[in-house]
Design a protein around this ligand. Structure first.
Ligand code: ZN
Length: 85
């Protein structure tokens, strides 16, 4: 197992306005893959049950992070952008 970094890049109101979307940029070191040891991806965290249901195709998973309340997390293809749903 390598190290794992998650940095919040932006945050916006969710679509229904009762919660929030938070965007994260993530990196992990994968010691096993010598040619490409740093893996990068983007996440959107959804602090709203109504809006989480709109992203079923991204298979939201329940997640908790530091002081934040439990919420839903999806992997997205671009940083800071709500994916098509
Ligand atoms: Zn919402």
């Amino acid at each position: 197992m390598g190290t794992h970094d998650r940095v919040e890049t932006s945050r916006t109101l969710c679509e229904c306005g009762r919660g929030q979307f938070a965007f994260y940029s993530c990196e992990a070191e994968r010691g096993l893959y010598v040619d490409n040891p740093i893996e990068k991806w983007f996440e959107m965290h959804i602090f709203c049950k109504t809006c989480a249901d709109k992203f079923q195709r991204y298979k939201p998973i329940v997640f908790s992070l530091d002081e934040e309340p439990d919420h839903w997390k999806i992997i997205i293809p671009y940083s800071d952008r709500v994916p098509i749903h």
